[in-house]
Design a protein around this ligand. Structure first.
Ligand SMILES: NC(=O)c1ccc[n+]([C@@H]2O[C@H](COP(=O)([O-])OP(=O)(O)OC[C@H]3O[C@@H](n4cnc5c(N)ncnc54)[C@H](O)[C@@H]3O)[C@@H](O)[C@H]2O)c1
Length: 392
C-alpha cells in the first residue's frame, strides 16, 4: 500500500488523511467543493503545527506530510492508481452507496474500499460495487490524529485477505485495531456504550437519581473519564438519539431506548456541547459535577449492563473478550474492559446482580445473557476460579 484516497474531508476525513500522510502515504483528499477542501487543509496544517509545538514531530516532517496530500473534487483524479479508498462522507446510506459505485468504477481492481461508517451496513455498501470481497469497515474514533483505536469490520462478503490487510495496515500506521467479526449494528464499542446510556437514562427517568448523581458516581467512583449525560452532550444528543433507534431496531426489547428523556431535548435542538446546551448548560464551559452526589447511584449497575452486552457480543460470535476490553479502554477511556472487570469481580456476582435488577424492573436489558449462565454453571466464575471470560 502506497497511495490512498480519502473521500469526505469533514471532521473525521481530514484527520484520517493526516494520519496516513504523517506515516508516508500519498493521500488524495476529496470533497464536494474547494471551500470545504481548503478548510480541511487548514485543519490539517493547524493540527500538524500542534504536533510540532509539542515536539512530537519536526517541522520538516510536518511539511513533508502536508506535501503528500493532494486535494481534489474529481473522483477520476482521486481514485486513479490507488491501493485503498476510505469513504468518510455523511452518514447516509444512499450517498455512501453512490460513492462506493463511483469508486468501484474508477479505482484499480486490486484496490480495497473501506468505510468509516458508525452505524450503517458494510455489506450493503459492498453490494453497490463489483468487488464486495474488497469492501470492509474501518471505524475510526474522533479525533483520528490522537485516538489509538480502529474497529475493523468484516462485512458478509468481505474476504479474510481484505480484513487481514486492513488489520495490518492499522498497526503499521501506529494504531490498535480490534476485529468486529460480523457486520452488526453498533459494532463493538457503540453497542456497549448504547446499553450504558440506556441504563443511565432509564434510571434518571424513573426518578431514582439525578443526572448529576449518575455522572458524579461514574466519574468519582467508577473512574470513567466523564459521566453518561456529560458524554452524551459531548457526542451530540441528535447522534445518540439516532444510534439509540438503530440499536433498538437491530436488537429489539433489550435496547428499548428511553425516548422520554432524550426526545424532548432533541426536538428543542438542545444537541449538547456543540450548541452549548444539552442535558447541561455548556455556555460557561464544561459542566461542574458535584462530588457530594456520587453516592446517589450504584456504579456497579453500569458495569453489569456493559458486561451483559459484552457477553452477548461473545455469544453471537461478534468479538473476542480482548477486543471488547481493548475497544472500551482505547475508544472511550474506560478504566477497565468489561470482561476483565467481570473476571475480577466474579461472574457469579455479576449474574446475581443482573437477576436482581431483572426481577426489580422486569426489563429485557437486565435479563442475563445465556453465556453468563453457562459460564457460571461450569464454575467459570472469573479470576478466583482460574477461568471466566479469560483463562488464568
Ligand atoms: N464524528 C464522529 O465522531 C465520527 C466518529 C466515527 C465515525 N464517524 C463517521 O464518519 C463519517 C463522516 O462523519 P464526520 O463527522 O466526519 O462528518 P462531516 O459532516 O464532518 O463530514 C462529511 C464530509 O463528507 C462530505 N460529503 C458529503 N457527500 C459527499 C460526496 N458525495 N462526495 C464527497 N464528499 C461528500 C461533506 O461535504 C463533508 O465534508 C460518517 O459516516 C460518520 O458516521 C464519525
Amino acid at each position: 500500500m502506497k497511495k490512498l484516497a480519502v473521500i469526505g474531508a469533514g471532521l473525521l476525513g481530514h484527520g484520517i488523511a493526516q494520519v496516513f500522510a504523517m506515516q508516508g502515504y500519498e493521500v488524495n483528499l476529496l470533497d464536494l467543493n474547494d471551500d470545504l477542501l481548503k478548510k480541511a487543509f487548514q485543519g490539517i496544517e493547524w493540527s500538524l503545527n500542534k504536533f510540532v509545538e509539542k515536539r512530537r514531530i519536526r517541522k520538516e516532517d510536518a511539511e513533508a506530510a502536508l506535501s503528500r496530500i493532494t486535494i481534489t473534487t474529481s473522483y477520476e483524479e482521486a481514485a486513479k492508481d490507488i491501493d485503498l479508498a476510505i469513504e468518510v462522507v455523511s452518514e447516509k446510506i444512499n450517498i455512501k452507496k453512490m460513492v462506493f459505485a463511483k469508486l468501484d468504477a474508477i479505482a484499480p481492481p486490486h484496490a480495497i474500499i473501506a468505510t468509516n461508517t458508525s452505524t450503517l451496513s458494510i455489506t450493503e455498501m459492498g453490494r453497490a460495487t463489483k468487488r464486495p470481497d474488497k469492501v470492509v469497515g474501518m471505524h475510526w474514533f474522533n479525533p483520528p490524529q490522537l485516538m489509538q483505536l480502529i474497529e475493523v469490520i468484516n462485512g458478509d462478503d468481505t474476504s479474510d485477505e481484505t480484513v487481514q490487510t486492513i488489520l495490518e495496515l492499522s498497526k503499521q500506521i501506529g494504531k490498535t485495531p480490534i476485529l468486529c467479526k460480523k457486520d452488526v449494528r453498533g459494532f463493538i464499542v457503540n453497542r456497549i456504550l448504547g446499553m450504558v446510556f440506556n441504563e443511565a437514562f432509564w434510571t434518571y427517568h424513573r426518578g431514582e437519581t439525578s443526572k448529576e448523581g449518575i455522572d458524579a458516581s461514574a466519574k468519582y467512583f467508577g473512574g470513567f473519564p466523564m459521566g453518561w449525560f456529560e458524554l452524551c452532550d459531548f457526542v451530540g444528543l441528535d447522534i445518540a438519539y439516532e444510534v439509540g433507534k438503530i440499536l433498538y431496531e437491530a436488537y429489539g426489547a433489550r435496547f428499548k431506548p428511553c425516548q422520554e428523556v432524550i426526545e424532548p431535548l432533541v426536538k428543542e435542538k438542545r444537541f449538547g456541547q456543540k450548541v452549548k446546551h444539552g442535558f447541561y448548560d455548556w455556555s460557561k464551559g464544561r459542566p461542574r459535577i458535584p462530588f457530594n452526589l456520587a453516592d446517589e447511584y450504584d456504579i456497579e449497575r453500569i458495569w453489569v449492563v456493559a458486561i451483559n452486552e459484552a457477553a452477548w457480543l461473545i455469544h453471537d460470535n461478534v468479538a473476542e473478550p480482548n477486543s471488547i476490553d481493548m475497544g472500551m479502554k482505547l475508544g472511550t477511556g474506560w478504566p477497565s474492559g468489561p470482561c476483565e472487570y467481570a473476571d475480577k469481580k466474579g461472574l457469579d456476582w455479576i449474574l446475581n446482580k443482573l437477576d436482581e435488577l431483572y426481577k426489580k424492573y422486569n426489563m429485557e436489558m437486565y435479563k442475563p445473557c445465556p453465556l453468563l449462565k453457562t459460564y457460571v454453571d461450569k464454575g467459570w466464575n472469573g479470576k478466583k476460579t482460574g477461568r471466566g471470560f479469560y483463562k488464568y
